[in-house]
Design a protein around this ligand. Structure first.
Ligand code: SAH
Length: 255
């Protein structure tokens, strides 16, 4: 049996209780070493076989999984954040289905959510934006034309841009040409939730490239763009949820 598990964004306490249990029971653990905080491996059994997939090819990963299956062992494939986002798990799941290997998936706290927590920010402010776009800029992995940053950014929603801090100058150009003003607030969160390593840079489209260069941030960072970050200057509406003028199934309005 193979369990694909989301490790969370970095803080070892942000793995789910189920993810931690599966990790503590696993005979074989293959973790995505480029991003997973190795501290989380403290939950593994001392005798667990541990592999870092950053140094492995697809076939090697499948080979380790197949050997473990033949020996009747349990494997955890540990991915950063939530495995459904930029996790390259589909090809692994399809290969397991093809080989008749049973697997399941345990979700994790994605880094775009850890970034919101670090920023102490709601992404969906009434009257500002009710939509979050999760995307990346095309680089070595291309993005389909109809979802280029230039097109997506025209909606002026909150944007959480993965895998692109090394292309921040290009991101800025795309956002400006999509109609975002140079004063649009931007935050870059490096290693959100990692104890002792997190950095938060707050700026505007016209300042952020230099600020991030000065902070020497080149990877493992979330770019958050949108008017929600500016709620002091651009007031949002109070939510209806707790409003005294608004009834819902759990509560009557009280005027
Ligand atoms: N599945 C992961 C994303 C993997 S892609 C998730 O759900 O978070 C790797 C990208 O995720 C990085 O380039 C960076 O943009 C982002 N990332 C991962 N961990 C991060 C963290 N702790 N803080 C900020 N960004 C992070």
């Amino acid at each position: 049996m193979v369990h694909i598990v989301g490790a969370g964004p970095g803080d070892p306490e942000l793995i789910t209780i189920k993810g931690q249990r599966l990790l503590s029971e696993a005979d074989v653990v293959i973790f995505a070493g480029s991003l997973v905080n190795e501290e989380i491996l403290k939950f593994c059994k001392p005798e667990a076989e541990i592999y870092n997939s950053a140094q492995m090819m697809f076939n090697e990963i499948m080979h380790v999984i197949s050997l473990a299956e033949r020996a009747g062992k349990t494997t955890v494939r540990l991915h950063t954040g939530d495995p459904s986002l930029y996790g390259a798990i589909q090809e692994q799941m399809d290969a397991m289905t093809e080989r008749g290997i049973e697997f399941d998936v345990t979700p994790g706290v994605s880094s775009f959510l850890a970034a919101a927590a670090s920023l102490k920010q709601e992404y969906t402010l009434p009257g500002i934006s009710q939509t979050v776009i999760i995307t990346r800029r095309g680089g070595r992995t291309p993005v389909p034309d109809n979802e280029s940053l230039k097109k997506l950014a025209q909606h002026q929603t909150t944007l959480c841009i993965f895998l692109s801090v090394n292309l921040l100058a290009e991101v800025k150009q795309d956002l400006l040409s999509a109609g975002f003003k140079s004063s649009t607030p931007v935050a870059v969160v490096y290693k959100a939730s990692w104890p002792g390593e997190e950095k938060i840079i707050r700026g505007r489209l016209d300042t952020i490239v230099n600020q991030v260069k000065e902070a020497n941030i080149e990877r493992t960072a979330m770019i958050v763009v949108g008017h929600c970050l500016n709620s002091k200057q651009e007031p949002y509406q109070m939510s209806n949820l707790y409003s005294s003028k608004f009834s819902h199934i759990f509560r009557q309005a009280r005027f």
